[in-house]
Design a protein around this ligand. Structure first.
Ligand code: M7G
Length: 231
C-alpha cells in the first residue's frame, strides 16, 4: 500500500491475477485513511435509536470522511468516462460505475457502486418509505445495466448497503456473488432487497431498530460508545 500527498483523492486498485496481489493507492491519505487499512481488532456495537441520535450522529457530523469524491463523480468532474449507467432524475436518479476495488479485468470480482444524485441521505438510518422509489429504481435499473454491459444476471449479484459506511452519502454496492468482497459479511452488509422490504413492512424501521455494526479498536466512535458506558 502507498500513500502520497499530491493529488485529489485517487484510489486505484490493481489485481494481478498471476501473483494474486491487490494494491490500493490513496491520495492524499489522511490519518483516518491510513488507520482504515491497518489490521485492527474489531468489536460489535449494538446501536439503539437513542445511541444513534446521541452518539453516532454527532460523531459522523463532525468527523466522517469527505464525500467530495462522490460530488466530483455526480458532477462529472471525475470518472465520467467510467460511468456504466446514469439516471439523472434528482429524486430517484443515480450514477452506476465500477468501484475502485475492481480493475474490470475479470468478472469474478465484479464490483460496482450506485451513487444517488440526492445529497440529503447519509446512511441507512435516514431511509424512510419516501425513499422506496429511489431504492427500487437502483435495484431495477442497476440490475438491467449490469446485465446489458457484463451479461451478469441478478441471481449472480449481491446488492447491499453498508452500516456503518465509510462515506455518508447513500450508495449501493453491487458485487459478484462469487466474490467475497471486503465488508460483505452479515455484520456490515444490508441486502438492498431486505432494506426495501423492511421499509414496506415498518415505515420507521431504520430509525427505530437497533442496528449492529463492527467497529475497529482505533475508531473514535468506539471510544464514544465506551465513554457512554454502552460497551
Ligand atoms: P462504503 O460502504 O462507504 O465504505 O463504500 P467502505 O469503503 O468501507 O466499503 C464506499 C465504496 O466506494 C467502497 O467500496 C470504495 O472502494 C469506493 N470508493 C471510494 N472512493 C474514494 C472511490 C472513488 O473515488 N471512486 C470510486 N469509483 N469508488 C470509490
Amino acid at each position: 500500500m502507498q500513500f502520497c500527498e499530491e493529488a485529489e483523492t485517487v484510489d486505484t486498485s490493481r489485481l494481478n491475477k498471476r501473483i494474486g496481489i491487490k494494491t490500493t493507492v490513496i491520495c492524499p491519505a489522511t490519518e483516518k485513511h491510513v488507520k482504515k487499512y491497518l489490521r485492527q481488532e474489531t468489536f460489535l456495537i449494538n446501536e439503539t435509536e437513542d445511541d444513534y441520535r446521541s452518539i453516532t450522529l454527532p460523531h459522523i457530523t463532525q468527523q466522517s470522511f469527505s464525500v467530495q469524491w462522490v460530488y466530483n463523480i455526480l458532477e462529472k468532474k471525475a470518472e465520467a468516462d467510467r460511468i456504466v449507467f446514469e439516471d439523472p432524475d434528482p429524486h430517484v436518479g443515480f450514477v452506476l460505475l465500477p468501484d475502485f476495488k475492481w480493475d474490470q479485468k475479470q468478472l469474478e470480482d465484479l464490483y460496482l457502486i450506485a451513487i444517488v444524485h440526492r445529497r440529503d441521505l447519509k446512511s441507512l438510518r435516514d431511509l424512510t418509505p419516501d425513499n422506496l422509489p429511489l431504492l427500487r429504481n437502483i435495484l431495477e435499473k442497476g440490475v438491467e445495466a449490469i446485465g446489458k454491459k457484463y451479461n451478469v444476471p441478478s441471481s449472480k449479484l449481491r446488492m447491499y448497503l453498508h452500516y456503518q459506511p465509510s462515506y455518508y452519502h447513500i450508495h449501493v454496492h453491487f458485487t459478484s456473488l462469487d466474490y467475497e468482497a471486503p465488508g460483505c459479511g452479515v455484520e456490515r452488509a444490508h441486502l438492498l432487497t431486505d432494506v426495501i422490504q423492511n421499509l414496506q413492512v415498518q415505515p420507521e424501521y431504520y430509525q427505530k431498530r437497533t442496528l449492529t455494526f463492527p467497529i475497529r479498536a482505533d475508531d473514535a466512535l468506539l471510544t464514544k460508545f465506551r465513554e457512554a458506558g454502552k460497551i
